[in-house]
Design a protein around this ligand. Structure first.
Ligand code: GLC
Length: 431
């Protein structure tokens, strides 16, 4: 193709995106649509920065932990600087942490990316890690104390899984009555076409859940009693399990006590088994209140390898996706009647999920599959840009553009310039 950009040009563009989205300590996911620091986006951002500026990578983590609550929770959004272009803002959440924030968390991938950053330069990283290690312990401990059901980690709001409108939440959302939610003005649909965003039905419930948390003063014990939404989730379960393995490795490197982490790993390994839905033959979300599975084979189902749990029975699904879907892995199985190729987490492909899945495949020794997934992701970005997400069949970019985590995944994993073997272990860093 004549007008295909070179790796060098794409690397340059990715670095420019990270730098443009840098707000001096934290990175916004994209200008306009998401004007704050998002939790898991920020861990990806650090990973991207580490390919050219390791100090900036550590700074990203440090800013994330500035918002940690006294109970250990690390919020999903930190409102460092108020921006009227986003709804719901700090006044709706009504949380009183050190930094204004949301009242829920997000997939804990920070430890996993911190390990990559640390291992790329352990000498320089040690002083940062010594400060952040106890912070990570407190955050992971918060999940273990408040969010387990039979050892699997639960979301208390769809936004907590990072997969906002996934099929996984449909039944739990339908069982809710968002009465009294009142009038509000969304901002997302003024940045992005409504057909690519969640519906009003979804939004009423999202906002009602925020109001409910606020009524409970964001007290976890109180919310356990009053929150109608509690779903054991593969995203949180798999990422926390993996994050604990990475935390343990980092703890050992600095001579910290890791006995508690071993216990957590054992609990989560058992919990992961409770997410196996024999009816669809896949890892799935499980509604804690009804006990029912969602029937959703999603991209989070494929995080089993990332977590280091048995993925053998998932392998046929992987083969099918890599064979039949030009830009795999879609966020929902295209064979599911609810599949919608442009609507957010109900079909589109997300480069960040591909990276996590790819790291897992490589660690499990499935190098051919890992390479293929990486090539597909690289082609997707090279041909269609650094979008928030993409149509898995024709690659059409969707959602926000110039997206931080897509640029970061390019630099750290998908680009041909990313060091081979980067996926599973530490990562070389150019200086
Ligand atoms: C959307 C995504 C979520 C992400 C956020 C910022 O809400 O679903 O995963 O963290 O945008 O990019």
């Amino acid at each position: 193709m004549t007008n295909m950009k070179s790796t060098f040009e794409l690397d340059e563009e990715a670095r420019r995106i990270l730098i443009a989205n840098d707000r001096g300590g934290y990175t916004v996911p994209t200008d306009g649509l998401y004007p704050y620091q998002w939790n898991w986006d920020s861990a990806f951002a650090a990973f991207g920065f580490a390919s050219f500026d390791i100090d900036r990578a550590w700074l990203e983590f440090e800013w994330l932990f500035k918002g940690q609550w006294s109970n250990g929770m690390v919020p999903h959004i930190l409102f460092h600087q108020v921006d009227p272009g986003y709804f719901p803002g700090p006044e709706i959440w009504g949380c009183g942490g050190q930094v204004p924030s949301s009242g829920i968390s997000q997939p804990p991938v920070a430890a996993s990316f911190m390990r990559k950053v640390f291992e790329s330069d352990p000498v320089a990283g040690r002083r940062h890690l010594e400060v952040l290690f106890p912070r990570l312990m407190a955050w992971h401990g918060w999940f273990m104390d408040w969010r387990l059901d039979r050892g699997a980690v639960c979301v208390t709001h769809p936004w907590e899984a990072g997969r906002d409108n996934a099929l996984d939440w449909d039944a739990a959302m339908a069982a809710m009555d968002p009465a009294g939610v009142g009038e509000y003005t969304r901002r997302d649909t003024s940045h992005v076409d409504a057909s690519m965003r969640p519906t009003k039905y979804d939004y009423d419930r999202y906002i009602w859940l925020v109001q409910n948390g606020r009524r409970a003063n964001w007290d976890e014990a109180e919310m356990l009693k009053t929150n109608p939404f509690r779903v054991a989730d593969p995203t949180l379960t798999f990422t926390l399990l993996r994050a604990n393995r990475d935390l343990k490795a980092m703890g050992r490197a600095i001579g910290a006590d890791t006995a508690r982490i071993d216990e957590w790993i054992g609990t989560l390994e058992e919990g992961a088994k409770t997410l196996w839905n024999p009816q669809i033959g896949a890892y799935d979300a499980r509604d804690v209140h009804s006990g029912a599975f969602a029937g959703s084979l999603s991209n989070a189902s494929f995080l089993c390898w990332f977590a280091g749990v048995d993925g053998e029975a998932m392998h046929p699904h992987l083969t099918r996706m890599l064979r039949d879907v030009p830009f795999a892995i879609p966020s929902l199985d295209p064979e599911n009647p609810a599949f919608d190729s442009r609507r957010y987490w109900r079909g589109p492909t997300w480069a960040i999920m591909n990276a996590l899945i790819g790291f897992g495949l490589e660690d499990a020794g499935l190098t051919e599959e890992a390479d293929l997934l990486r090539q597909k992701t690289a082609a997707l970005i090279a041909e269609h840009g650094f979008a928030e997400y993409f149509d898995p069949f024709d690659g059409t970019p969707a959602g926000g553009g110039s997206f931080t985590w897509t640029a970061a995944v390019w630099l750290g994993w998908a680009s041909a310039s990313a060091a081979p073997g980067v996926a599973g272990t530490g990562r070389r860093v150019a200086n």
